[in-house]
Design a protein around this ligand. Sequence first.
Ligand code: SF4
Length: 353
Amino acid sequence: MTSPILDYEPDELAGCLMSAGWPRYRVGQLRRWIFARKTAEPAKMTDLSKACRAQLTQLFPTTGEGENRSLFSGELAAVSRGGDGTQKILLQWPDGQRVEAVLLRDDRDHRTACLSTQVGCAMRCAFCASGLDGFVRNLTRGEILEQLLRLNALLPPTERLTHIVVMGMGEPTLNLDALIPALAEATSADGLDIGNRRVTISTVGRPDGIRKMAAMNLPYKLAVSLHAPDDEVRNAIMPSNRGWGIDAVISAADAYFAATGRRVTYEYILLRGVNDSADQARRLANRLNRRTAIVNLIPYNPVEELAFRRPDDAAVLRFARTLEGEGIQVKVRFRKGDSIDAACGQLRRRMTL
Ligand code: SF4
């Protein structure tokens, strides 16, 4: 059995189909159906000959039956929608493993896909639902791309995805071999044509992974989940930090900025009584002093099984103002998606409707 069609690099796919007798322009037609016309079902690819459509179902694994037979390898196990227009999908892969991905809408016409890169996560951040059940496996290139295409297909025909944040389940720097080719498709003109600057990869802050990304000179933005001003708090809520320490995280992020010229975002989840005091804001500012960086404050999104709490709005404001008073650029992230557990740190392997 061959691999799912989305696992193929564009040249590999062209080679495979041309050796099956397809002229090159037909390969372009197929890619247009999949990427621009939001269709993975050969029966709907009406400008391909019947023979070509039949060949697709013979050459590549499919899911579904009859007219609905699809070149996607996953099955849509559930879709939910929140009041703010956020939609969350649960995809099940052929091995039974599941991941969630999220479509976020905002009033600036941004249509953002939040992607997962792994089934589960080994990093075990104490505030996060994704790591609760541990790590199972990396997602493939095709599985990452399929999340994007599925989310794009939820949009009306006149709309398409404009942004990508790799902030779902898993630690992206541990699966760059699949993620980077998937993002290349997402940003290519004959793929989803999403601007490079509209793609953000968010990491727990593995220095080796960040330095590897810096060496690749990627065109994407980097977001580092810092969540603490010092090793004491960071070790307590992000056990992976014990292996490297906060200074190494920030210096790797500096290397990414030096290599790519892309300003780094530091994500900071505010946990009541843990990392949200004015003193901690001042210490965070000291650490980031004189850096071209921005701090993205995220008031915690509660997870049922976890004891952390969200600070009240006054505490969030105090933290933000203190940072700004120290010359740090700050954004407070809107609470998109928390009505359906689709907000940061809440994705998991089962749909909570
Ligand atoms: S916050 Fe990210 S890195 Fe940490 S456990 Fe959750 S998914 Fe993994």
